[in-house]
Design a protein around this ligand. Structure first.
Ligand SMILES: [Zn+2]
Length: 203
């Protein structure tokens, strides 16, 4: 099965458009991301309250270094997240990618082609799966290393899961709304255009 089309084939209509740069969309997306972060933080904090033996003390230099490492990890994470989207798109299409950052999100797209639903889902969930598999074990390790390291890794995990809200929403649309395998998406990065063949595929 083909992963993409260079031109939009005949019989397709634009059924859905979303723009993460749009004020309301960007705001709602970030509020959801924040809510997910809070839930991850709340759940992850439970062992900190249960385990009374934990010692949170850390010398000031170590605390500062931990904070710097944490800030750097956040930046590295954002870059890697987009690179994993890009790697998936590249493997599936070999086409030109676009990367960028807007006020509401970082993004990666493949703007010049129309990607089939299956390939789009793979590119969407690739960072979610990759970094969940990395950051959950890291958080567990950090818990046993030092509770402060654990808190910082938990924030990173929360940022990751919250930051995947846009990817999650698009995946949801493909799994629940645009279920036909002929569905095509043009992903410019911040904007997604979904094209379908059947009229009944909409709404
Ligand atoms: Zn993403």
């Amino acid at each position: 099965m083909k992963n993409y089309e260079k031109e939009l084939p005949g019989g397709y209509t634009l059924n859905y458009h979303i723009n993460a740069k749009d004020k309301k969309t960007g705001l709602v997306m970030n509020l959801w991301a924040f809510a997910i972060m809070l839930v991850v933080g709340a759940v992850g904090a439970i062992p900190l309250f249960v385990d009374k033996t934990l010692d949170f003390t850390l010398s000031t230099p170590v605390l500062l270094i931990s904070y710097v490492v944490f800030m750097l990890s956040m930046v590295v994470y954002i870059v890697l997240h987009e690179l994993v989207h890009g790697a998936a798109y590249k493997l599936l299409t070999r086409e030109k990618l676009t990367f960028g950052m807007s006020w509401s999100c970082a993004f990666c797209g493949v703007p010049n082609i129309y990607v089939y639903r299956r390939a789009a889902i793979i590119a969407l969930v690739a960072p979610l799966i990759t970094f969940t598999l990395v950051l959950v074990p890291v958080s567990v390790l950090m818990y046993f290393a030092h509770p402060v390291y654990y808190i910082l890794s938990l924030v990173l995990l929360g940022m990751h899961l919250g930051g995947c809200v846009g990817d999650g929403y698009m995946t949801y649309l493909f799994l629940r709304v645009f279920k036909s395998k002929t569905t095509l998406v043009r992903d410019t990065g911040p904007e997604q255009y979904i094209y379908t063949k059947e009229v009944s595929d909409s709404e």
